[in-house]
Ligand binder design. Structure first.
Ligand code: ATP
Ligand code: MG
Length: 579
């Protein structure tokens, strides 16, 4: 149909038929607003007492008593209530208020099902805009076609039926933000789900936002200590970095994330845990863990569980990121965990297929890379001129049978600055955390380590690589020469050293002195099963007898050659002492 052929019709609903003058005024208004040739039709209706309702195409001008009361209500809702005595403010608002006949665009639902609605009308709607459906159901525009739009629904679609009306809001999807969110668990739209009452939001941020520009950033050079020995020593994470945690199911991925949160205690770093498509029971477990370790007061949990509709799971990580950005813009450091992005991709795939988008590789839509790149690009360390805040992202991805070359894992590996690869075999053999040293990497690397840690970790990675190679090589050999045996024993000792129980993050000094001691071959001759008690005893002794050294390492993050030699000497004496 040509645009010219569409005849715009204006329908006026009111109790009484308008007088001649009134009709002339309407005619003039319509001519000004919509041009020539708009017919005005009158329909008698008792619904619009004390006023009228004018419908022109998709636009509706509600001048009924109820409409005007609603307008006043909307104005009053926006009066700030946290500024002390609000009575004068309310008086002033009511006094200054004049009702307006503004156009509201109204559309009509064509089809609805599986959390997706197609809508006719709403010509001027924008991509990502929030729409309000019957019964207050909210939805987001995800598809704009020539004569209809596709919209995902955030609530139960029971109340929405074919033919029900839809209203524009003019706002894109957003999330309330504020200090009060710390210590709370909320859903993807920022509504509390922990039963602790309302949250006072300080603002509203769009869930989709531009990543900071290059000029607004600065290099990543400040460590974000996870307290996990194998990570801090070999794959250090810096503030503003994106490090992927990847592995099969039940390999301790979430455990690494929670330990990293627990280790931020007293380090001035806000933590946000985004659960996507997880069981509600697991999320509750994490919340309890965080409360138990007294770290919930600087954390936020955002949960779009497996039972939530796909659209909520889809926007949850963006909402989490918006909350993180709120704190970053105030110059604070934030650690955000997306657990996990494979389920996020699956939710997006479900949504895209329901919206009739053409499926590509593994049935994911063509823009699934952009789905994660635009999210992870928002992790940044801002320059000092704009506050120097940072968002460090730890996305989690689940692999199937250790296959890192599948579609979603490769995408996310290429977006992040490195990955911690967790392996089932290691996990089941008791090597926990099950970090595969060969396949893991941190591309920011040494810049994100303190000088002391860098110096202490020295040859650890190379030594472990040599050990792994030799282990494979000597697997079937029955008699080994002494040197090989010693090398194997040394490697085994290092692997034992990297074992670490859950919820026991290690401090900087503990990691540094352990590394210096172990890499000096101090543990040579100690049987594998005695390595862990030996290290524990050594650290305990060191902390009580050389507290000054520990304190110096923690505070200054440096260790000169002299200090290193001293630690080695103390370690050797300790070993000789217990033998
Ligand atoms: P899923 O795929 O189900 O999300 P996951 O990879 O996130 O699993 P976790 O839930 O973190 O794995 O851990 C699986 C189990 O291993 C848990 O019971 C956890 O307590 C245990 N576990 C994880 N890390 C360690 C560790 N370092 N030491 C001992 N047990 C651990
Ligand atoms: Mg998990």
């Amino acid at each position: 149909m040509n645009k010219e052929e569409i005849i715009l019709k204006a329908i006026l609903y009111s109790e009484k038929e308008p007088s001649k003058e009134q009709k002339a005024r309407f005619g003039k208004f319509l001519k000004n607003k919509y041009g020539e040739g708009v017919e005005l039709e009158y329909v008698k209706s008792d619904e619009y007492a004390g006023g009228f309702r004018l419908q022109v195409g998709d636009d509706i001008y509600d001048w009924s008593l109820a409409g005007r009361i609603r307008q006043l209500q909307e104005t009053l809702v926006n009066v700030p209530t946290d500024k002390g005595d609000i009575i004068p403010l309310l008086k002033e608002t009511v006094h200054d208020w004049t009702p307006e006949a503004y156009a509201e665009q109204i559309g009509e639902v064509l089809t609805v099902g599986d959390g997706i609605a197609t809508v006719r009308g709403l010509d001027e709607v924008t991509f990502g805009e929030i729409l309000i459906f019957a019964g207050g159901v909210r939805g987001m525009v995800q598809d704009i076609r020539e004569d209809e739009i596709g919209c995902v629904l955030f609530n139960d679609d029971e109340d929405v039926t074919q033919g029900s009306l839809v209203k524009r809001t003019g706002r894109t999807a957003g999330t309330p933000v504020g200090e009060d969110f710390l210590g709370r668990a909320v859903d993807a739209l920022g509504t509390p789900i922990d039963g602790l009452g309302e949250i006072n939001a300080e603002g509203y941020m769009p869930v989709e936002a531009q990543a900071p520009h290059i000029i607004d950033r600065q290099p990543v050079d400040t460590p974000l200590e996870t307290g996990i020995f194998s990570i801090d020593s070999m794959f250090p994470i810096g503030r503003g970095q994106r490090e992927l945690i990847i592995g099969d199911r039940q390999t301790g991925k979430t455990a690494i994330a929670t330990d990293a949160i627990i280790n931020q205690k007293g380090k001035d770093c806000i933590c946000i845990y985004v659960a996507i498509g997880q069981k509600t029971s697991s999320v509750v477990h994490i919340q309890q863990t965080l409360i138990k370790h007294e770290v919930m007061d600087y954390s936020i949990i955002i949960s779009a569980s497996a039972s939530d509709p796909a659209p909520l799971q889809y926007i949850a990580p963006y909402a989490g990121c918006a909350m993180a950005e709120y704190f970053m813009n105030q110059g604070k450091d934030v650690l955000i965990i997306y657990d996990d992005l494979s389920k996020h991709a699956v939710a997006y795939r479900a949504l895209s297929l329901l919206l009739d988008r053409s499926p590509g590789r593994e049935a994911y839509p063509g823009d699934v890379f952009y789905l994660h790149s635009r999210l992870l690009e928002r992790a940044a360390r801002l320059s000092d001129e704009i506050g120097g805040g940072s968002v460090t992202a730890l996305p989690i991805v689940e692999t199937q049978a250790g296959d890192v070359s599948a579609y979603i894992p490769t995408n996310i590996i290429s977006i992040t600055d490195g990955q911690i690869f967790l392996e089932s075999d290691l996990f089941f053999s008791g090597q926990r955390p099950a970090v595969n040293v060969g396949l893991s990497v941190s591309r920011v690397g040494g810049d994100a380590q303190t000088k002391a840690m860098k110096k202490a970790a020295g040859t650890l990675r190379i030594d472990l690589a040599q050990y792994r190679e030799m282990e494979v090589f000597t697997q079937f050999a029955s008699d080994l020469d002494d040197q090989t045996r010693a090398q194997l024993e040394y490697g085994q000792g290092l692997m034992r050293m990297l074992r670490q129980p859950q919820y026991k993050p290690k401090s900087q000094h503990e990691q540094v002195i352990t590394l210096v001691m172990a890499l000096a071959h101090t543990m040579q001759g100690i049987p594998a099963e005695k390595v862990e008690p030996f290290i524990e005893g050594f650290v305990k002794m060191f902390e009580t007898e050389h507290a000054d050294i520990c304190e110096k390492i923690d505070r200054e993050g440096v260790m000169d050659d002299e200090l290193k030699e001293e630690i080695i000497k103390i370690a050797a004496e300790y070993r000789d002492g217990i033998n």
